[in-house]
Write a protein that binds this ligand. Structure first.
Ligand code: THU
Length: 135
């Protein structure tokens, strides 16, 4: 774990972007902020839809921004709700984060910093596809 990492600064960016959330249906804004391995910060907010099931979680925005601004790997991530409280990424978003940060990605949780392989143990990932030669 990187004890020196500035989690308060990253969390402040998540809080800031949560204010841009489009969440008229749930009224539950979410902001997410992450650092990439080159040091840049990428952010996202949830974007809901009248067809409720097609909601874009805040982490979807983070991952899109990661790729849209140059790619790389996520190293640290934090998600907050509209009250500025740290929340856990939903199950689907843990899978998104795994793909783009892997086991070592550090996730801020209400219980402190945890590795991605703690919050998504025994994950399915790219290696599973590579290890199968039947395609
Ligand atoms: N939401 C996120 O943006 N990320 C999560 O990890 C959990 C849930 C959003 C989706 C929906 O717009 C709202 O929170 C309530 O579920």
């Amino acid at each position: 774990m990187s004890d020196s990492f500035d989690w308060p600064a990253l969390t402040a960016q998540a809080v800031a972007v949560s204010r841009r959330a489009y969440a008229p249906y749930s009224r539950y804004p979410v902001g997410a902020a992450a650092t990439a391995d080159d040091g840049r910060v990428v952010v996202g907010c949830n974007v809901e839809n009248a067809a409720y099931g097609v909601v874009l979680c805040a982490e979807c925005g983070v991952v899109s921004s990661l790729h849209a601004t140059g790619g790389g790997r996520l190293t640290h991530v934090v998600c907050v709700n509209g009250a500025g409280e740290v929340i856990m990424p939903c199950g689907r978003c843990r899978q998104l984060l795994w793909e783009n940060g892997g086991a070592e990605l550090e996730v801020m949780t209400a219980a402190g910093v945890r590795r991605m392989d703690e919050v998504l143990p025994d994950a399915f990932g790219p290696e599973d596809l590579e290890s199968f030669d039947g395609r």
